[in-house]
Design a protein around this ligand. Structure first.
Ligand SMILES: [Cu+2]
Length: 356
């Protein structure tokens, strides 16, 4: 115990001596002395400035390598009309800010080296220059304004209303998978209510609504190439995010607030298989929101068909009620009020539908 106390006292003594030494150095700096305390900064100045230069070269090389290495993973082939707009906007912005980034970083580290402290050198006093201030304020302001304007124009085009002829697909996120619903022959999605959700009727479709009778729920999304597709997106529990990377499509699925996104696919799955040289290629709908434990499992397949193939697939699909005749029982017994709504073509029902 005594030994421990002695060792501790010696250590503390050294710490105190070191701190006194540091205070002496700081005091000499505050007194305005340009002389360094002996042995303190001369070496560390040179070492630090050289390390900064090495960091510039090493860090720069690592930066370029990481870009080159993950290039393919980051730049998936694009397969939608708006995807090419998004890509060109992204790369324009990337190049502009990349140039500025490279110049500022190189100067930052190089100047740290070049202007390291030297005893016989005093800093040049240069407090103000209006012309310079105007130049370095105006140029970034104008460039940023142009980028924002280009982005706003592209975003307006992408998020404009979908054409009337668009193929409508409802996508619903839930913990933990995606479900999709097509409106069937009549082109109208039936009304759905959260209160009607149960183990079979996972969408909560109100089957007393006539337009729900032909809705079908497939286990893959099929869309025709070259035709507009409108995704009506909603969530049953938490926030999910519809992410179709090849179409540059990402839209949150928010409970209680239906969202939508429309796009025009430009390459069929078969064409993509040839392009990527991967016979197993498939478009994939993933969830881009960390939505819980099973988030990783939210994977759904999307197939882009030639229009004729798409029609054939559509013809094969069976309405949900036909596949699950049991679900109708619930609506047959509960029907009186709902049927009354159906009797006079319901404004209420119409209202619910447009919300989706
Ligand atoms: Cu999710």
């Amino acid at each position: 115990m005594i030994t421990f106390a002695i060792v501790l006292s010696i250590v503390l003594l050294f710490v105190i001596l070191f701190l006194l030494f540091r205070i002496g150095t700081l005091a000499s700096i505050f007194r305005g002395s340009s002389e360094r305390a002996p042995g303190t900064t001369k070496t560390s100045n040179r070492v630090n400035s050289t390390l900064l230069l090495l960091f510039l070269v090493g860090g720069g090389a690592a930066f370029i390598w990481s870009f080159a290495d993950s290039w393919e993973g980051m730049n998936l082939p694009v397969a939608s009309v708006h995807g090419t707009w998004t890509d060109s906007l992204f790369w324009t912005t990337m190049i502009v800010i990349g140039i500025v980034f490279a110049i500022t970083q190189v100067l930052l580290f190089y100047y740290s080296y070049k202007y390291q402290h030297k005893d016989n050198k005093r800093a040049y006093y240069y407090p103000h220059n209006n012309k310079l201030e105007i130049i370095w304020t105006m140029i970034p302001a104008v460039v940023m304004a142009l980028l924002v304007f280009a982005g706003w124009k592209t975003w307006t085009k992408i998020t404009s209303a979908a054409p009337e002829s668009a193929v409508v697909v409802e996508v619903m996120g839930k913990q933990f998978n995606w479900m999709v619903r097509y409106p069937g022959q009549d082109g109208q999605l039936g009304v759905s209510k959260t209160t009607l959700i149960d183990a079979t009727n996972e969408f909560g479709i109100d089957f007393s609504d006539p337009s729900a009778k032909d809705d079908f729920i497939p286990n893959q999304i099929h869309v025709p190439v070259g035709k507009p597709v409108l995704l009506k997106i909603r969530s049953r529990d938490v926030i999910h995010s519809v992410f179709l990377p090849h179409f540059r499509l990402k839209m949150d699925a928010v409970p209680g607030m239906p969202t939508s996104f429309w796009f025009v696919p430009t390459k069929t799955t078969a064409e993509m298989r040839t392009e990527t040289g991967n016979p197993d290629f498939n478009y994939e709908l993933a969830c881009a929101e960390l939505c819980g434990r099973g988030h990783f499992a939210m994977r759904f397949m999307l197939v882009v068909d030639e229009p004729a193939e798409y029609e054939a697939w559509l013809a094969e699909q069976k309405p949900f009620v036909e596949q699950n005749p049991g679900v109708m029982a619930k609506f047959a017994t509960e029907a009186p009020q709902d049927l009354a709504l159906d009797a006079k073509p319901g404004e209420k029902a119409e209202e619910d539908k447009t919300e989706l």
